[in-house]
Unconditional design. Structure first.
Length: 292
């Protein structure tokens, strides 16, 4: 049982899946605070649980398809060679069936909330597994493609509650979309040696050089005004503005240090900052909504 749980956790990339579901669940709660035809619907906790379950299954399915496609490449990298398929604990056929079952069940659950949520989940699976995944060996443009499904969870969560895509949904998407770039690129910097074994080209210039670090730093600067859009458009208050500004400046400062030093230690600091930045900003935005 211990081996099964370990294999399943690696198959679905549990930590990544948890972050995705967390993001969607927070923006669902935000969507519940927005009036529909003049009435604030309030939190439907049953739908919230359906979103969590459906989002977990859909994200797990996308990760599963990703591993089926990359099984031979995963065998080459230290960080992935112990996943269940490259390690020989599961066949690709079993992985494919697992992904199909989770994907269909997850999409059905999300579709129960509304058709838009179900369609967005299907789009997310296909874009991540069948566009981003094969592009990783071809061009750094893969990061831009991967940032789209990576930024869909807050959009899916909001639409699951509110039923439509409005300016708030777009802003929530944009914040997570722009955040993807320093997040992706700092990880790519740290893992570049391992990624090269599989031929992945994820750094902006495909190298740990000044230009890649500079573009990463620039992406953190772009994130600062984007993160202030909730306050600019009036659905976020001073709390989210202050926290977003402080968090953005810290993020940018760490990225600047990477630009100046070009070392792994600085890249790790940017990477770990990215892990904390998003949940903190989203939780504070939710707090802003709940205290209005």
């Amino acid at each position: 049982m211990k081996q099964f749980l370990s294999d399943f956790s690696k198959l679905i990339k549990f930590r990544l899946t948890f972050l995705v579901v967390f993001s969607a669940s927070v923006t669902f709660l935000i969507g519940c605070q927005m009036p529909i035809e003049g009435v604030v619907p309030g939190i439907n906790w049953t739908n919230w649980l359906i979103l969590i379950a459906g989002g977990f299954l859909v994200t797990s399915a996308a990760n599963c398809f990703n591993e089926v496609i990359e099984v031979d490449l995963d065998k080459l990298m230290t960080r992935t060679k112990d996943r269940p398929m490259p390690a020989g604990h599961m066949t690709t056929g079993q992985g494919l069936v697992s992904g199909l079952v989770m994907g269909l069940l997850g999409t059905w659950l999300l579709g129960r909330l509304n058709i838009e949520t179900g369609l967005l989940s299907v789009f997310s699976i296909f874009l991540y597994a069948f566009a981003y995944t094969p592009m990783k060996r071809k061009s750094p443009i893969a990061v831009f493609v991967g940032a789209i499904p990576g930024a869909l969870p807050p959009l899916i969560g909001y639409v699951a509650a509110h039923g439509k895509i409005d300016k708030i949904a777009v802003v929530l998407f944009l914040i997570q979309f722009v955040w993807q770039f320093p997040h992706f690129w700092s990880i790519a910097w740290v893992l570049d040696d391992d990624y090269k074994k599989a031929g992945f080209r994820l750094l902006p210039t495909t190298k740990r050089d000044k230009a890649s670090a500079g573009i990463t730093f620039l992406s953190t600067l772009i994130l600062i005004p984007v993160s202030l859009l909730p306050t600019f458009y009036g659905f976020g208050g001073y709390y989210i503005a202050g926290v977003s500004l402080i968090a953005g400046l810290v993020f940018a400062w760490l990225a600047l240090k990477l630009f100046l030093k070009l070392d792994l230690a600085s890249a790790r600091k940017v990477m770990f900052c990215s892990f904390f930045y998003l949940p903190v900003v989203q939780l504070v935005l939710l707090f802003d909504f709940l205290t209005k």
